[in-house]
Design a protein around this ligand. Structure first.
Ligand code: ZN
Length: 290
């Protein structure tokens, strides 16, 4: 059976798995992310590969803007210092002798959800990742919309939600990532003069008016953002993944209320099925499907 290695590179850890065409994880390993990143990655992949020689290819999913055609990191911010410009595919193919493909991690997560998860069987799906930042992946007629001349296609977190709003890591003002993400929720809490973890905020909203107002604002912004995505894509489903989606039980009803006000057409909105495994599974899929 065709098996591949999927690698998910995040700011704190690298996950590697041997994955078959059915999406089964046959073996896996997690190591800390260390810098300089490329030599560390190469060493870890070679160690893992030595135990799993019979795999056919290696898929890499990573934070940052990726030129997937060239297999190169166009831009990665402070989370992965020194990663910008790395020719990952060329270097790793030379080191391993295996075919290597590279893709943005949010795109990988979208692939995993469409192939094996919440959107299984659908062909037009938008997946947003509410983690530290706000990532996006778009599947259109079963294909990933990715790349672009600057590696920036489907960087959905950088759609402007509030003109002249909060400063974003990309240097501009008012990107959605500054209103709809884990970091954004923390900022809202701080600006309201509260000292709570996001999860506490969501829990407190049932009984506390100030907390409820913050959750309503978050849900309203997320709903407006989703309605804009619907106006562009009229997708069959929108999937919400990432760390913030793990507490969706506490804010999903409010989101549905806000969506009713702003959606153009009915839309199925679901929480992602895969949490930690999505990036690794999706990274495997970029080499399993091609
Ligand atoms: Zn931005």
């Amino acid at each position: 059976m065709n098996t591949v290695i999927g690698v998910d590179i995040g700011g704190t850890k690298i996950r590697m798995g041997v994955i078959d065409a059915d999406g089964q994880i046959l073996a896996e390993r997690q190591v800390p992310t260390e810098f300089p990143l490329y030599p560390h990655l190469e060493k870890q992949v070679l160690l893992f590969l030595a135990e799993h020689r019979d795999i056919s290819a290696i898929g890499i999913g990573t934070h940052g803007f990726v030129d997937s055609k060239a297999g190169r990191i166009v831009f990665a911010g402070d989370m992965l210092p020194g990663w910008t410009g790395t020719e990952v595919r060329a270097l790793l193919e030379k080191a391993t002798g295996k075919r290597v493909e590279v893709e943005n991690d949010a795109n990988c997560a979208a692939l995993a959800e469409v192939k094996f998860g919440a959107a299984k069987g659908l062909s037009r799906v938008v997946c947003i990742t509410l983690g530290t930042g706000l990532g996006g992946g778009i599947i259109w007629d079963n294909k990933l919309i990715s790349g672009g001349p600057h590696g920036g296609a489907a960087e959905l977190g950088h759609m402007v939600l509030y003109p002249n709003g909060a400063r974003c890591g990309c240097g501009r003002l008012g990107c959605a990532e500054q209103y709809v993400s884990g970091t954004a929720i923390k900022r809202r809490i701080k600006e309201a003069g509260l000292s709570l973890a996001p999860l506490e905020l969501f829990e407190r909203a049932a009984s506390d008016a100030q907390a409820r107002e913050l959750v309503e604002q978050f849900a309203e912004d997320l709903a407006i953002y989703i309605s804009t995505l619907q106006a562009i894509f009229d997708m069959e489903m929108l999937i919400i993944g990432g760390g913030v989606s793990e507490s969706a039980g506490a804010w999903f009803d409010e989101l549905q209320r806000q969506l009713e006000k702003v959606l153009l057409n009915p839309l199925s909105v679901e929480v992602a099925q895969f949490e930690n495994d999505a990036g690794m599974l999706g990274a495997a899929l970029i080499v399993l499907d091609s």
